[in-house]
Design a protein around this ligand. Sequence first.
Ligand SMILES: Nc1ncnc2c1ncn2[C@@H]1O[C@H](COP(=O)(O)OP(=O)(O)OP(=O)(O)O)[C@@H](O)[C@H]1O
Ligand SMILES: [Mg+2]
Length: 272
Amino acid sequence: MTRVAATIAAQDGRAISPAAAASDCPLTLQGITVSYGEKPAVFSVDAAFPANAMTAIIGPNGAGKSTMLKAALGVIPRLSGEVSVFGVPIEQARDRIAYVPQRASVDWDFPTTVIDVVQMGLYRKVGLIGRLSGAMTAQAKECLDRVGMADFAHRQIGQLSGGQQQRVFLARALAQDADLYLLDEPFAGVDAATERAIIDVLKLLKSNGKAVVAVHHDLSTVRDYFDHVFLINVRRVAEGPVETTFTTENLNATYGGRLGATHMAELEGVAS
Ligand SMILES: Nc1ncnc2c1ncn2[C@@H]1O[C@H](COP(=O)(O)OP(=O)(O)OP(=O)(O)O)[C@@H](O)[C@H]1O
Ligand SMILES: [Mg+2]
């Protein structure tokens, strides 16, 4: 973080801790705690999601993965903790983040077309009132093309299959032209071809210097898809490069032994 940015942040009245302020890390969480009731869903979590990398957030159902992402984005309030994005408070860096929510949490019945959904990703650039120029519409179409959905531009979003909807929301994220992509289970319920299409797009984003963070359940593809892992079960269990952190010991600690011997045996050679 530059001295100027630190000064602006200080003038803005938001304190940034020295550790976060020193970092140009795409996303840093410090001591994040979130609670919906008495028991915290996420407790005192620290994380540093690296640049030029794909990070998997891994943990069992109910571990707090979606909650952590939503709290990082400020979509839900946190009890405590600090979030910084590229070294500044998130409020100053919203236009650098694209977020694709978990599919089950989206109302797919809203009456809008596929191209409209993708163009929503462009509004931040032109303002909500400004008319989208022809160039912007062309850009939205290109993003649809990148996910193989150009032929569906004028279809109602609710009339697509689940996997097709997932591709459209990825196209919207691409339209945002962000530097940090947060995706909550982008591969949930999609077929092998769609999974391949999505991973190819995400790998291309990474090779263009973007940071990609995805909640991911399929342990068998972690080594192939990701560079970095963050293991969570309410608390942070482990975080680091896949080679050193995606270990059977850490997985056991994350899933509380609930993966079972058969599943663990299948992962032998996948996790070391
Ligand atoms: N809006 C809510 N109100 C109350 N409790 C909630 C709410 N959203 C989530 N929870 C609870 O918080 C905990 C964490 O939920 P969260 O959705 O973050 O888990 P997750 O790791 O994303 O799980 P999954 O793999 O099933 O998507 C769970 O116990 C869940 O029941
Ligand atoms: Mg979730």
